[in-house]
Design a protein around this ligand. Structure first.
Ligand code: FES
Ligand code: FES
Length: 194
């Protein structure tokens, strides 16, 4: 047992636990946050992603000790309903979520990417998203949302509208750039539902 102190969403916290325990368990069980999510527990899905000093971290395999003295941010600390992070806003405008279980991983990973590289091209975005899973097959919507977030971060006003179709030809271009596996998953899902 040890006491591990860190900052969680801007507030100082401490946890008395085995320092080798996954950080995810501390955030959910000891500190009572319902995000991040537990998905695979093996760093294979991304549902547990948080930011550690601004970098995306899969908290299911990161030991609690890795948070000592650090700044941990969850999706609740990324933005608020009144002032969402651009990626959160773009997710709403593109109506991305279906079941919503994976949302944490994609938003937190994309937000960390765009923080360091706001003009990331499609290939860089795809690289950053490697290993994230969405069982509902929302991958093309996710790519549209990230491209939209880049536009918002560049200073364009939010449309505050509910969009079903891509807002522009530029946004539709990301469909062609979506990972082949993601496209296959989306196609398979559509086939099952049709
Ligand atoms: S729960 Fe951590 S990557 Fe799946
Ligand atoms: S929206 Fe359901 S797993 Fe991604």
């Amino acid at each position: 047992m040890a006491t591990v102190a860190f900052t969680l969403d801007g507030k100082p916290v401490s946890v008395d636990a085995d320092p080798d325990m996954p950080l995810l368990y501390a955030i959910r069980n000891d500190l009572g946050h319902n995000n991040p999510h537990f998905g695979c527990g093996l760093a294979q899905c991304g549902a547990c992603t948080v930011h550690l000093d601004g970098q995306a971290l899969r908290s299911c395999v990161a030991p609690l000790s890795s948070a000592a003295g650090k700044k941990i941010t969850t999706i609740k600390g990324l933005g608020t309903p009144d002032k969402p992070h651009p990626v959160q806003q773009a997710y709403l405008e593109e109506q991305v979520p279906q079941c919503g279980y994976c949302v944490n991983g994609w938003i937190m990973t994309a937000a960390a990417l765009l923080e360091g590289n706001p003009k990331a091209n499609d290939a860089q975005i795809r690289d950053a998203l490697v290993g994230l899973k969405c069982r509902c097959g929302t991958h093309m919507s996710i790519m549209r949302a990230i491209k939209r977030a880049q536009v918002l971060m560049a200073g364009a006003p939010s449309t505050k509208t509910t969009l079903v179709e891509p807002a522009s030809a530029a946004l539709t271009s990301v469909e062609a750039a979506a990972p082949k596996a993601a496209l296959a998953t989306a196609a398979a899902t559509e086939a099952r539902l049709s």
